[in-house]
Unconditional design. Structure first.
Length: 475
């Protein structure tokens, strides 16, 4: 067995490119998601270690000091961080030439050949759902015998082994929370809408929706929702509650936990017995009856992907949501006291100056507690990437997803809408949403009621202003 280091490499300062982050970029407010996709194989490999450098502000020299004790490094990469990650591999092999180094993540899953050709120092890549693929490598199994693996053989020839069958029994995966306990400082994971400290994990993989921009279902998770048993999930939460008494909230990062209504209601009722507060991702179509069950059993917040307030755009991206249904759902949440963090995307196919205005007005009307506004990001492997390439919406001069500082840029453009107009719409959106008298009053009231929230919001305000300054430079 090879002693294995799982690594999220040092990158742009404040860059959330972790295995779990849906948009690999620096945020408008500093935030980090748990590297769950790395923690999962780390839980399978005995005597392994996980280093999440960006969230822990770990520099390369600190990684170099540790890596000498390992035989194998598994590095999670993404499209925005790939070039930087190759630089890390080069530096690590200079420290210890005998290291075997492989990469995992959506970037290498969709282009294993191109990824391996990018550097002769990459020994292998784990394709698609890579947990047991990496375990086989760590166990010392011959690379030629490992399904789901692409590798460089002794002659330097790139070989692609057969696909690994998709994992059906999700209960075969061990808990990730013991890896968090062993290797991570959970205080380093935070965002603007969950209680701090929080803890995030998955209860299943895959999403039946076909959203054209969404990375994980189109590259690793698949479009069939495969679920851990309710008992398996609750057993881990019970363990984590004892291991992390400081945790104030648990977040379930499944693409859409609410796709299976009976199951999410069953999970909620069991969580209530544990006395925990929890949140999850959701589509804006959950019936009021289910919302009532969730609210009565510890639900704090729903992270909801609205994307746009224009129905045609929602059809274009195959969102499968009606604007009026989302409006009714949001009203139900407000009436039931369920908080919403709403996410929106500027620059999707069909976007115009008029639809940007429509979405900004729509967001103000439905009024989520907080919002995140992202730029349409055509990640390789997605329908949106292929569509943008085919239609000439993505050109070489703007093909990068982030700038040299890790700030998200606007890669797409249309005959009637430029890169600059799409980029500028994000700042316009934030200003018009948050600088309303009613929203300002609500934020001030929240701060007055809680000294901790006051400290947090003031810090976020400073970070947001800094973010706007950096965007003006990126402009």
């Amino acid at each position: 067995m090879m002693r294995t280091l799982f690594l999220q490499a040092p990158s742009f300062d404040g860059f959330d490119g972790g295995a779990g982050s849906r948009y690999q970029a620096r945020r408008e407010v500093r935030s980090f998601w748990y590297p769950t996709w790395l923690a999962q194989p780390a839980a399978l490999v005995e005597d392994s270690k996980l280093i999440d450098a960006p969230s822990h502000r770990i520099k390369f020299q600190q990684v170099a000091d540790v890596v000498r004790d390992f035989d194998l490094v598994v590095l999670h990469t993404s499209a925005p961080s790939f070039s930087s990650d190759i630089g890390t591999i080069k530096a690590l092999k200079e420290v210890k030439p005998s290291l075997k180094i492989g990469m995992v993540g959506a970037k290498v899953a969709v282009d294993p050949e191109g990824s391996l050709r990018a550097s002769p120092l990459i020994d292998f890549v784990g394709r698609n759902e890579f947990d047991f693929t990496i375990k086989d490598v760590a166990d010392g199994k011959p690379l030629s015998d490992i399904v789901g693996l692409s590798y460089r053989n002794a002659l330097g020839v790139i070989v692609h082994n057969d696909e690994r069958p998709i994992l059906e029994n999700m209960d075969l995966l061990p808990f990730v929370s013991p890896v968090y306990k062993r290797d991570l400082d959970i205080r380093n994971y935070f965002n603007g809408y969950l209680k701090h400290p929080y803890l995030s994990l998955y209860t299943g993989r895959g999403c039946k929706s076909r959203c054209t921009f969404c990375l994980w279902p189109q590259t690793i998770g698949g479009h069939r929702y495969r679920k851990r048993s309710v008992g398996h999930v609750i057993e881990e939460i019970a363990w984590a509650k004892k291991a992390f008494p400081e945790v104030k909230e648990f977040f379930f990062d499944d693409d859409t936990l609410t796709d299976d209504l009976p199951r999410v209601e069953a999970i909620a009722k069991e969580l209530s017995k544990l006395g925990v507060t929890w949140s999850c991702n959701a589509k804006p179509n959950v019936p009021r009856k289910t919302l009532e069950v969730l609210r009565d059993n510890g639900l704090h917040l729903l992270l909801v992907g609205y994307e746009s307030g224009n129905q045609k755009i929602l059809h274009n991206i195959k969102k499968g949501i009606l604007v009026d249904v989302a409006r009714r759902f949001t009203k139900d949440c407000h009436e039931l006291g369920i908080m919403i963090h709403g996410t929106f995307i500027m620059g999707l196919p069909g976007e115009t100056k008029e639809t940007i205005e429509e979405t900004i007005r729509y967001a103000a009307e439905i009024n989520p507690h907080t919002i995140q506004v992202s730029l349409a990001a055509p990640y390789p492997g997605t329908f949106l990437f292929n569509q943008a390439t085919k239609n000439g919406w993505l050109d070489d001069a703007h093909a990068e997803l982030v700038n040299d500082d890790g700030v998200q840029i606007a890669p797409l453009h249309y005959p009637h809408l430029s890169h600059t107009e799409i980029f500028d719409s994000v700042e316009q959106f934030y200003r018009r949403f948050y600088l309303r008298s009613g929203k300002i009053a609500a934020i001030v009231s929240e701060m007055i009621r809680s000294p901790q929230m006051m400290k947090r919001r003031l810090r976020e305000g400073v970070e947001f202003l800094h973010f706007l300054r950096e965007r003006s430079v990126a402009h």
